[in-house]
Write a protein that binds this ligand. Structure first.
Ligand code: GLA
Length: 637
């Protein structure tokens, strides 16, 4: 670890069975030894509560703490992340082990941070048992002020004879013979996120009581993997926001997914954050697990730094000989130190040391992208006009051209303060409440540029359709009125015509838009909506509001967003484009740091002046980014 420049280690994340061999009996000998060893070598510990993996004895004593899935199947112990979040026995046991660890190690000089649980909501985020049903009802009673009629109205339960006369009749959305009620399903997802959050805060409070000064975190996975948590609600509860990110072998542009993840977590943290996990090489949980290409691990790690990470960690230190993750890569591979991965890990340790001064700096963006879990959950429910659409894909459609154009973005909530942005993008916001809709409209009316993607503003916070024409909540600010939706079948393509690339096409979605103040920028050239506007531009108040009423092909969307950025006065991080090179700037009180990462495999030269920190060399006029490599320049101000 010293050779690799390791400064902090996560200890004991899934060690419950070893720490507490029998209920209430603790064995800290291993942890004592490990913490001493780390401390003697100048390495800090992020000491974990092991509550993501309750031991077998716990479930033998408390079988009712096993989770039940929506089909009524009780799951077994024998893996990890398998427990009922609402189980009182689980909560008691989790807080007992957290308290025991906190009391023993609060003053230990190695302990620099508390790591609570692990990736809440990964694998199993919901339990449908009777205890969970009671907890769900309590959550609903608090939300609806004990007023069952309010719930009935919010859920629209006159439909399909779902009206409830008694609170006891209300259940989790268990498997039924036909589609569930959308508002019921949405409240359930909100409840599941809150229920896990309450477990986090309960453990955190136990740790704080014994150790008020050591910060606590839990590791998020913000973009594709853990859909179950509304991280906007979670982030303020963490002392340090940390995130995990893994590449998907099937994704040919995983560097874009990584960048999106980094920007999202930085936005949630409101500044620097910690990368708690990524991999040195292949993972083990995909159909085929691709190894990283030469230099890819370094590019990944430094791209996380570029997007705001102030520390880089890996799952895992040593590749396991046994167990479910025996084929997952590690810093120290099965082959030992005579391996490329080990040499790369040692190199990365030196790189991170050279970048130490970057810590604390952050990115400023002129563009904000709206990201909302309620909208995501609602649009991905059954019985939608186009059930093929995924929120993350729609956001990435828009993020990709901005990344390619080297435009910095923040992610925001619909109700965030937008006053510092020139351009606000809403790729997909199926659901929005009145406050969010008014905030976004107000931004445009006060002079900002707002751009909204199709089928946004369709329903309110209870999944009730906004009547009077689509896109409901955004009709006025966009100056359009749609009377009917025309989603496209998979493989169906429409041609577009207008002030866009000549061969522009669109898939997935179209709608019969009528202009009510807006102008048409592009229209359908064929199909049932020939001549109908597909992209519109309106001038509400002092600003501009665009509506992209279809899913344009990537070149067309890129051209459109380039024009919108240009008109809104958005400037890229570096003006000169160098193909394949990602450019991100972190700004600190004393210096600006320009990160240039070559994903294209060719490298290039980028105009700048200052000092390149990885080599320590002065740069004047331009810096060379090596093929497949990275340059980080402390720019002359
Ligand atoms: C998750 C977990 C880790 C490990 C990795 C494997 O992110 O937190 O414990 O299982 O995945 O990729």
């Amino acid at each position: 670890m010293r050779e690799a420049g390791v400064t902090m280690v996560n200890v004991g994340i899934f060690s419950w069975a070893l720490l507490e061999p029998a209920e209430g009996q603790f064995d800290f000998s291993r942890t004592d030894r490990l913490l001493k060893l780390l401390h003697d070598n100048g390495i800090a510990a992020d000491l974990a509560t092991p509550t993501a993996a309750p031991p077998a004895w716990f479930f033998r004593a408390h079988p009712q703490a096993l989770p039940v899935d929506r089909d009524g199947r009780t799951l077994s112990y024998g893996s990890r992340q398998t427990f009922c979040p609402s189980s009182p026995a689980y909560r008691t046991a989790a807080l007992r082990i957290a308290r025991a660890l906190a009391e023993r190690y609060a003053d230990h000089p190695a302990v620099a941070m508390w790591h609570i649980h692990n990736e809440y909501g990964c694998h199993n985020a919901a339990c449908y048992c009777d205890t969970s049903a009671e907890a769900f009802r309590r959550w609903l009673q608090a939300k609806y002020g004990d007023d069952l009629d309010a719930l009935n109205h919010a859920w629209g339960t006159t439909f399909w004879s779902q009206w409830y006369y008694n609170w006891d009749e209300v259940l989790p959305p268990r498997a039924t013979g036909a589609d569930p009620n959308p508002a019921h399903l949405l409240d359930w997802r909100r409840f599941c996120s809150d229920e896990l959050l309450s477990l986090y805060t309960a453990e955190r409070d136990v740790l704080r009581a014994a150790d008020p000064s050591t910060p606590a975190t839990t590791n998020f996975m913000v973009n594709f993997s853990i859909e179950a948590l509304d991280y906007w609600r979670w982030a303020p509860e963490l002392d340090i926001v940390s995130n995990d990110h893994y590449l998907r072998s099937s994704d040919p542009e995983s560097e874009i997914d990584l960048a999106l993840s980094g920007d999202l977590v930085r936005s949630m943290a409101g500044g620097p954050w910690l990368l708690m996990e990524h991999s040195t090489g292949a993972v083990n949980w995909q159909p085929v697990n691709r190894a990283k290409r030469p230099g890819e691990m370094r590019r990944n790690a430094l791209a996380h730094v570029a997007h705001g990470a102030d520390g880089i960690a890996f799952f895992q230190w040593r590749a396991a000989k046994a167990g479910a993750e025996q084929w997952h890569s590690a810093m120290l591979p099965h082959a030992g130190t005579d391996s490329q991965i080990w040499r790369d890990v040692v190199q990365l340790g030196a790189d991170l040391k050279a970048l130490a001064e970057v810590r604390g700096s952050t990115t400023t963006a002129q563009v904000a992208v709206v990201w909302d879990w309620n909208a995501r959950w609602a649009m991905e429910q059954p019985s939608q006009p186009n059930g093929e659409l995924r929120f993350v894909d729609l956001v990435r459609d828009w993020y990709r051209p901005l990344w390619q154009a080297r435009v910095a973005v923040d992610f925001v909530r619909p109700d965030s303060d937008l006053s510092s942005y020139r351009l606000v993008l809403v790729p997909s916001l199926y659901l929005v409440d009145d406050t969010g809709a008014a905030n976004l409209a107000g931004f445009a009316e006060r002079g900002g540029t707002l751009t909204v993607g199709f089928h946004s503003g369709a329903v309110d916070e209870n999944c009730h359709v906004q009547l009077g024409g689509y896109p409901g909540a955004f009709r006025d600010v966009l100056g359009v009125h749609t009377d009917e939706l025309f989603p496209l079948l998979p493989g169906e393509t429409l041609s577009l015509t207008g002030a866009i690339p000549a061969d522009a096409t669109a898939t997935a979605w179209s709608e019969r838009v009528r202009l009510e103040g807006a102008e048409a920028v592009a229209s359908y050239a064929d199909g049932p909506l020939q001549g109908v506007p597909a992209v519109t531009r309106h001038s509400p108040g002092d600003g501009t509001a665009w509506y992209v009423a279809t899913r344009p092909d990537s070149e067309t969307l890129a051209a459109l967003l380039a024009r919108i950025c240009d008109e809104a006065g958005v400037e890229p991080v570096v003006a000169t484009p160098v193909k394949g090179i990602e450019a991100v700037r972190r700004t600190g009180p004393d210096a600006d740091y320009l990160f240039l990462i070559d994903h294209g495999g060719i490298g290039g030269e980028v105009p700048t002046d200052g000092v390149e920190l990885l080599t320590g060399k002065d740069v004047s006029g331009w810096v060379t980014v090596p093929a497949g490599g990275v340059a980080v320049v402390r720019e002359t101000r």
